[in-house]
Design a protein around this ligand. Structure first.
Ligand SMILES: [Mn+2]
Length: 316
């Protein structure tokens, strides 16, 4: 008998819907990509990488998968972008009504339209935090309002949208862009406080949509439209951790992984990012962090002491 396919190859006891706090919906959709195709292969590459990843998180000293991760059937059969968006909307809504922490893995960025619509119905005063190289604020592109270039148009109208890492857009998008809520990449590069400034703009309920092209292509080359000057790993993680600690993150999606046959590093980045976000959601407690910070001096001395002992032993 074949074992069922589970997220990260976890044991079935952690993968059943009824016991799972978390639901993962793969959406292998790539209908409207304009340049490099292949985001439809993103979910499979992400799941493969996840199976080869350690499931213990050092930073939070936790094993997030034990909260239960149910891997939903992928959303397929998407003849038009509009049908795909509707299918994602219905599926996300279904799991939200069951009280699950629902996550989506794309697919191109248009898959987020349906997810955000469902979250916005379910939660009051929703902030949508978008990490992306591109503004994605076009009203319509190549004949569809559900094109990846329009992924955040609706969220911009109906939620508190905060855009971060933006470094590529059309001039026309300026007309609808809420400049006070935008953190352009070139400004972030010279601002040490963009993370706190962004958090100040957030309402309590936050949905996060991560277009992987937000990351610098040096650490994430496998995406449809890479742009220089992106985010790096630890600055992104420390920002996300703060968001999870200070706000009620209600769900998230990760999109635009366009896997490469040879170089798997981007797949692993995506897998690890997903898992880090689960660890921050369920195992990062701000009060504990503060206690550790207060004890910094003590820790410093402790580290010095250990170092001294090691040195001493070396001498012997
Ligand atoms: Mn995007």
């Amino acid at each position: 008998m074949n074992k069922i396919k589970t997220y990260a190859g976890i044991e079935e006891q952690y993968a059943q819907l009824i016991n799972s706090k978390i639901v993962l919906i793969p959406v292998p959709y790539d209908g409207t990509s304009t340049w490099q195709k292949g985001a439809d292969k993103g979910p499979k590459a992400f799941l493969d990488a996840s199976e080869n990843m350690e499931l213990y998180d050092i930073e939070t000293d936790s094993e997030p998968y034990k909260k239960g991760v149910y891997l939903s059937d992928p959303i397929t059969g998407n003849e038009t972008p509009e049908k795909m968006v509707e299918a994602v909307y219905q599926k996300v809504k279904e799991y939200l009504k069951k009280g699950k922490f629902t996550t989506v893995f794309g697919g191109e960025h248009s898959v987020s339209i349906g997810a955000i619509r469902a979250y916005n119905e379910q939660f009051n005063n929703l902030t949508v935090l978008q990490l992306d190289a591109h503004a994605d604020l076009r009203h319509e592109y190549e004949g569809s309002k559900c094109n990846h270039a329009c992924a955040l148009y609706e969220a911009n109208k109906s939620t508190n949208l905060i855009q971060l890492g933006i470094r590529s857009m059309d001039k026309s998008e300026k007309r609808v862009m809420n400049m006070e809520n935008v953190f352009f990449a070139h400004e972030m590069a010279n601002d040490d406080y963009w993370d706190d400034a962004a958090i100040e703009l957030m309402t309590e309920n936050v949905y996060i949509t991560i277009d992987l092209d937000a990351f610098d292509p040096s650490i994430l080359p496998s995406t449809g439209t890479p742009e220089p000057g992106g985010l790096f790993w630890y600055e992104t993680l420390s920002f996300l951790k703060k968001v999870f600690q200070q706000k009620n993150v209600v769900g998230f999606d990760i999109v635009e992984l366009c896997p490469n046959e040879v170089d798997k590093s981007s797949d692993f980045l995506a897998a690890k990012l997903y898992y880090k976000m689960l660890s921050y959601k369920f195992f990062s407690n701000e009060e504990e962090e503060e206690l550790i910070e207060e004890d910094d001096n003590v820790l410093d001395k402790h580290i010095k002491k250990i170092k001294y002992n090691e040195d001493f032993e070396d001498d012997v």
